[in-house]
Design a protein around this ligand. Structure first.
Ligand code: HEM
Length: 382
């Protein structure tokens, strides 16, 4: 099948946007060097994400709650977990997120190049997440170190290294779960403890399930929020007019819409996988049963067939087709939390400064597949 696609489909070492923009016009679907069928077009990605019967989420040999679940079990678990992401559930955390962001942006050095990804984004992500889950603040350096190692391991694609880094993270989480189980009524009243009391099918989650849930929450939160903050602040620094629009008192809705559209243009959450449960045909391409298909969100969000010029900034027109947070039954449950955290980060960055300006030196460095966004993006806070 791969001979149908004479192009080199190895994404390794390439910047995902440049790589997929170049491929998408001629090849909507192709096979990469891992034998995965990569879907670059918006229509194909939406078809697969919204058809869990033919495209199963059972793609990993590891327990993945809820990501790897299907059907009724998935719906039931989402029913329990989505309660943590309602507006009412998140509202109490807003003051803490705001204090964290304010403190961070007030302490950023002025008028010099400062990395929006590692200097700001990663720190904000770790602190906000720890505040949300009730994790101790002294975990900050452990988590920051883990994030850097995780990105390194992901970039290399070395399964042994990725597994070692994943195990290390599971150990951190398991420790937090066990401490709370052992403490019984004396456990801190936080979201991590609250998960211990949740029930599914008349029983509580096992420790393995809890570790998986927390891993999938924190995996989404830590890495993605850090990368999203980097992309958004860098974009605002490079677009003074847009920055001014937000400074002139944009509503929360407008700010959210601006952030979503920046992320559509430059989506750092690159891809997810599915497995075909039967032979399927997508855009005229036959894919066998049992194949791994990759939903390339970054590419789909830049598909000219849907968005015209992928870089044209039009939050209102593009909102309905924006799939930065996915679509279908596995659509991101963390979206309200991510939206709140990103809005607060932007609002406080603007409130703490008179301008965000692109720093010419050092130039921005792009991440490479399978990670998206920037590895570093220096901005001057004035
Ligand atoms: C920061 C920006 C974020 C982006 C761009 C993002 C993006 C996505 C996308 C595209 C999916 C769909 C995956 C699929 O269909 O296979 C997804 C699922 C998921 N996200 Fe997020 N996410 C973000 C933040 C978060 C946060 C803050 C959390 C939790 C604290 C989170 C937890 C999850 C989980 C658990 C799933 C799997 C849901 C399921 O399989 O039912 N994400 N996310």
């Amino acid at each position: 099948m791969s001979e149908l696609f004479p192009t080199d489909w190895s994404p390794v070492g390439r910047e995902p946007r440049a790589y997929t923009d170049a491929l998408r016009a001629d090849h909507g679907i192709g096979r990469n060097d891992r034998g995965e069928w990569v879907l670059l077009r918006h229509a194909d990605v939406v078809t697969v994400a919204t058809d869990p019967e033919r495209f199963s989420s059972d793609v990993s040999r590891f327990l993945q709650v809820p990501n790897g679940l299907n059907g009724e079990r998935h719906r039931a678990v989402r029913g329990v977990l989505d309660r943590y992401f309602t507006a009412e559930a998140l509202a109490p955390f807003e003051p803490a997120f705001r204090a964290i962001a304010r403190d961070l942006f007030m302490s950023v050095p002025r008028g010099v190049a400062h990395d929006a990804v590692n200097g700001v984004g990663a720190r904000f992500a770790v602190r906000a997440q720890s505040a949300w889950l009730g994790w101790p603040t002294d975990l900050e350096w452990t988590l920051l170190g883990w994030m850097a190692d995780n990105h390194d391991a992901t970039r290399t694609g070395d399964p042994a290294r990725t597994a070692e880094v994943a195990d290390r993270f599971d150990d951190i989480i398991r420790g937090l779960v066990v401490v709370r189980r052992d403490a019984g009524d004396a456990a801190p009243r936080d979201i991590t403890t609250s998960l211990l009391a949740d029930e599914i099918d008349g029983r509580g989650f096992t420790d393995d399930e809890l570790v998986s849930i927390l891993r999938n929450w924190t995996g989404g939160d830590l890495g993605s929020i850090a990368l999203c903050v980097g992309v958004v602040l860098h974009h605002l620094a490079g677009h003074p007019d847009l920055q001014q629009r937000l400074r002139d008192g944009a509503s929360e809705r407008e700010t959210d819409a601006v952030i979503d559209e920046i992320l559509r243009i430059d989506d750092p959450f690159v891809s997810n996988r599915r497995r075909t449960t039967c032979p399927v045909t997508l855009s005229g391409v036959q894919i066998p049963e049992g194949a791994t298909v990759k939903l390339h969100w970054t590419s789909a969000n830049r598909d000219a067939e849907v968005f015209g010029d992928p870089d044209a900034f039009d939050p209102t027109r593009h909102a309905a087709d924006n799939i930065v947070y996915g679509v279908g039954p596995h659509v991101c449950p963390g979206r309200p939390l991510a939206t709140l955290e990103l809005r607060i980060a932007v609002e406080e960055a603007l409130a703490a400064t008179t301008a965000l300006r692109l720093a010419g030196d050092p130039p921005p460095e792009r991440e490479v597949a399978p990670v998206g966004g920037f590895r570093s993006a220096h901005v001057e806070f004035l």
